[in-house]
Design a protein around this ligand. Structure first.
Ligand code: FAD
Length: 447
């Protein structure tokens, strides 16, 4: 789980608990045939509250989020399988199959977060072009007391999985995730039964160390992005809108970012009468983010599992030369870890001032400790916020945060931060009144 996801969950009140429960790590080590090639250190991010990444099971996070939304009074209906979507001028009718028969639910909007095989996406007829990889991966989560460091360990061509890769990650409670790239015909059940899985695990952890299997699965993955993320009042988010290789931790993290991006826009339209055109900015911001993620993960897959003699020769040359040359080491790709998308070219983000040192519009607002000791990000989430180095002279309609003149935001400008924590605009301090209406660009537009 990436820092920005933790920040989003912190706005719901569960970010700290998830971060505390997860394994924090900043170092990733890459090995070739058992020898370390290099390590990378993820930047700690100065004043940032959360580490760049924590490892924690997705199902555990989902349980916490479910408790959290129920605490907010959100009604969750289990056992409802969506089977139909109808739209008219006033909203959406979703039909569900339940054990008591079909039920229809009427709403102003519908968000399809129903995964890669999304029934919502099918119902609105949005195509999901891309391709599925032949390569197969085998995961075993094992509980064991191992001498490995709490770091990401990526092995190319280890003696115990020749010609392929193995990724090892620490999880909470002494659980280790081992992820092998395996031949396409690998069957985890058969391997569990006939001892081959035990042999694989022993090759990684050595003989004599007791271990217990927590979870085993095999997976194949696809690289796909939906042609559209919106059809009138219906939206797609998460794996329903995009799927990609897990190397780089971009799937869930980008789904969380989709949800945050869409949620505040829907809330603004429903509660604050923001123009409907604001909702188009969801696809305009998140589809390019998905395409960037697909490009990053596709490049990783070309390196990890090269197809064709030219690619394979190049990959092998890079790995062979990497121990001797920084230039080749820079070309080793075992997964480019997720980073928040930039919305610099979005229609609801103003062009950035040219000064190179200041934060960039369209990027997440850097966190700072406020004069009272809170952090800036504690005050984000429920609406637009104006950040000023000193109390503003003129009237400001939006909530105002005074952060002092010595922060990364400088002493000369007033800044507009969106509910999702992204910088939308900034103006000279004396012109703070110009930040009054974030939706002005859309006021007169109609769909
Ligand atoms: C091995 C592996 C490791 C990964 N590791 C990472 C990682 O480290 N970091 C990361 O960011 N991502 C990772 N991912 C990707 C991540 O798991 C997915 O991106 C994430 O699960 C997508 O969440 P989602 O809610 O969009 O979809 P899903 O998790 O697929 O959830 C969809 C939900 O919709 C429900 N549903 C489906 N159809 C219907 C219907 N007709 N009606 C009602 N409900 C329906 C399903 O039951 C399910 O509950 C990994 C994936 C794999 C396979």
């Amino acid at each position: 789980m990436q820092r920005e996801s933790l920040e989003i969950w912190a706005r719901l009140g569960v970010g700290d608990a998830i971060a505390a429960r997860g394994v924090r790590w900043r170092t990733g080590r890459t090995y070739l045939r058992g020898r370390e090639l290099f390590k990378i250190e993820l930047p700690d991010g100065g004043d940032e509250h959360f580490p760049p990444f924590v490892n924690i099971s997705q199902s555990e996070v989902e349980e916490r989020l479910l408790e959290c939304v129920q605490g907010f009074g959100v009604r969750v209906h289990h056992g409802h399988r969506l089977i139909g979507v109808g739209q008219d001028a006033d909203g959406v009718t979703a039909t569900f199959a339940t054990e008591h028969g079909e039920v229809a639910h009427r709403s102003g909007f519908l968000v399809g977060t129903d995964g890669a095989h999304s029934a919502v996406r099918h119902a609105i007829g949005v195509a999901f072009p891309g391709h599925t990889f032949e390569d197969r991966f085998l995961i075993a989560d094992i509980h064991a007391d191992l001498p490995f460091t709490n770091e990401r360990h990526f092995h190319f061509d280890p003696p115990w999985n020749p010609g392929r890769q193995v990724l090892i990650h620490p999880q909470p409670d002494g659980v280790w995730r081992i992820d092998w790239r395996v031949p396409p015909e690998t069957d985890p059940d058969a391997e569990s039964r006939d001892g081959r899985l035990d042999a694989r695990i022993r090759q990684v952890i050595g003989d004599g160390v007791p271990y217990e299997i927590v979870w085993v699965t095999a997976y194949r993955f696809s690289q796909r992005v939906a042609d559209a993320f919106r059809d009138r009042s219906v939206f797609l988010a998460g794996d329903a809108a995009h799927v990609m290789s897990p190397f780089g931790a971009r799937g869930l993290n980008s789904g969380v970012a989709d949800s945050e991006n869409l949620a505040w826009k829907l809330a603004s339209v429903l509660r604050e009468s923001a123009p409907d055109a604001l909702l188009d900015a969801y696809e305009a911001e998140r589809r390019p983010a998905a395409l960037d993620n697909l490009a990053a993960t596709a490049a990783t897959m070309r390196f990890i599992a090269p197809h064709g003699p030219l690619r394979r020769t190049w990959r092998d040359l890079v790995l062979r030369m990497a121990p001797h040359s920084a230039w080749f080491r820079g070309r080793v790709n075992s997964g480019r870890l997720a980073e928040p998308a930039s919305y610099a070219s979005s229609a609801i983000v103003a062009s950035a001032p040219s000064s190179g040192e200041l934060p960039r519009h369209g990027n997440p607002a850097p966190d700072v400790v406020l004069p009272g000791g809170d952090r800036l990000r504690d005050h984000l989430g429920s609406g637009y916020v104006v950040v000023v180095p000193f109390p503003a002279d003129g009237p400001v309609d939006l909530p105002q945060l005074v952060i002092g003149p010595d922060s990364v935001y400088g002493a000369e400008r007033a800044w507009l931060i969106r509910p999702d924590g992204y910088l939308a605009d900034s103006v000279p301090r004396a012109r703070v009144d110009r930040l009054a209406d974030p939706f002005s660009a859309f006021r007169d537009s109609t769909r």
